[in-house]
Each structure stands twice: as C-alpha cells, then as structure tokens.
Design a binder for this molecule. Sequence first.
Ligand code: NAP
Length: 269
Amino acid sequence: MDLQNKTVVLTGATGGIGQAVAQLLEQRGANLVLVARHQQALETLRESLKRPESHAVCAADVTDGEQRENLLHFLRYGLDDHGIDVVINNAGTNQFSLLSQRSPSSVEHEIALNLNAPILLTQGMLSWINRPGIILNIGSTLGAIGYPGYSTYCAAKSGVQRFSEALDRELDGSGIRVLFLAPRTTDTRLNNDAVQEMNRALGNHSDSVDVVAKHVVKVIEDEIASLWIGWPEKLFVRINQLVPNVVSKSIRKQQATIHQFISNRKKHV
Ligand SMILES: NC(=O)c1ccc[n+]([C@@H]2O[C@H](COP(=O)([O-])OP(=O)(O)OC[C@H]3O[C@@H](n4cnc5c(N)ncnc54)[C@H](OP(=O)(O)O)[C@@H]3O)[C@@H](O)[C@H]2O)c1
C-alpha cells in the first residue's frame, strides 16, 4: 500500500518505537491518529511532527472496554470522511520476572494489552475500515522463542502472531490484510536496566527504533504477511520450530545469567 494521504492509526505512539514509526509514516505522507494513555505526551508528539495539523490524537487505555469503545467511535465518526486505511497495534508491555513471583493482576494486564487489545480493536473496526485496508500487529521475537523471565509475554506475542496469520487467511479476498512484524530487542524504555545489562552480558544485539520503524513501513508498503527482524534471531525462530531441544540447550547455558539479572531487576510490579 502506498502510504501517501492514507490515514493511519498508531497505538503506543508515544513509546520508543511508536515515535520513530510516527515520524517515518509522516515522511511517507500519511496522516496519523496517535493513540496512548497520556494526552499531554500525545500532544507533545503531534507538535513535534512536521505537519501537526494533519494528525489527530486520542488518549485511551486500550485494555479498558469502555475507553476502547470510545476510541473506536472517535475513529469511525470523529475524523474527516476519508476513513481509516491502516491500524498499527503497537502498544505493548512486559515484565522481566519469574512467573512464580508475579501478581495475577500483572499477568492479566500483560495479556490484556499485548493480546486481547489488538484482537478486540481489530474486531471493532473490521466492518468499517477502508478497503483496501491494513491491520499490522507488532509482535516480538519472544513470541516465537519461549524465553525464561518472559513466559506471559511470550504467550501473548505468540498469540498475536497466530491471530494475525489466521485472520489474514480468514479475510483473503476481502481487501483487508492482517500483517505481523516481530522486532527483536530494541532500545526503548520497555527494557529496564536489568534487562539491558543482561542483554549486554549475553551479547544480545539491540536495534535502534529507526531500524524497527523502517521495517514497519516496509511491511505495510510491500504487504508482507509476517516478518522477523534481525539475524541470528530469524534463524533461531526457524530452528526453534524444527528442533526446539537445540534452542533449549543453548538457553540452558544462559540460565544462570538470566536468573542473576531477574533477581537484580530494579522494577517490581
Ligand atoms: N523494545 C523492545 O525491545 C521490543 C522488542 C520486541 C517487540 N517490542 C514491541 O514493540 C511495541 C512497542 O514497544 P516499545 O519498546 O516502543 O515500548 P514503550 O517504549 O514502553 O512504549 C509503549 C507505548 O504503549 C503505550 N501504552 C502502554 N500501555 C497502554 C495502554 N494500556 N493503552 C494504550 N497505550 C498504552 C505507552 O504510552 P502510555 O504509557 O502513555 O499509555 C507507549 O506509547 C510493543 O508491542 C512491544 O511489545 C518491543
């Protein structure tokens, strides 16, 4: 899809990846609807863009049913007549922690934001999003490779991948594509100090947000059904599908380091 003059909804717009995506989409000529929970941060982002008058903001917690309905109502009736061409379900969170040490509510929240919200936002727009239209769901390498300290996040992102694949097939021929992009570790505030230190200790590469933004635009423009960012992660995803024991063996060697950083983590929820 050519992004020129298209209206693109971007959730998680004020985060590290979201801001970089917003800037690049604007450069491609898109008009944006920026979504996150905090109005002031959204306004600041809109004002920082080159054509602020072309973009709208909507503050909403996408895990809250009523706020999600208000957002959908705004997207359907509160903008100009052009309608919505693209939705990027990018809002997400995770907590690097052992499952046994987490509260049930933090587990529920992680699934609500990473999995339920994209599904329900998509469902709410299916009958009226423009055709051709694109829904792009942002997953994670961790959705394809189960990793200690991230069991709930892995489950949710894995669900988003399968949801995207299934719905894209379900909508075949309808004019709506459901695409999926899985970044690997990226330099944003999502990764707290303990995670960043662990990644350094394990030699895990971290991408800049600009790398992810370029892939977001590529996936939409070329309508790529699913894409994983980065080597060797791409390869590990395939190996994990074919011979998961090989990946388990390799992760077992990292186990002591992972547990050390989980105990050192500074953020508790
Ligand atoms: N960073 C990485 O290493 C990495 C790797 C792979 C995949 N990803 C995925 O990439 C996406 C973006 O991550 P990021 O690193 O940019 O995260 P981030 O910097 O923490 O930004 C998260 C964004 O989501 C918004 N948000 C959080 N809770 C929300 C809610 N309940 N309702 C609406 N908006 C909400 C935040 O704004 P408010 O707080 O104002 O709501 C913020 O705009 C996520 O889906 C993440 O899982 C990230």
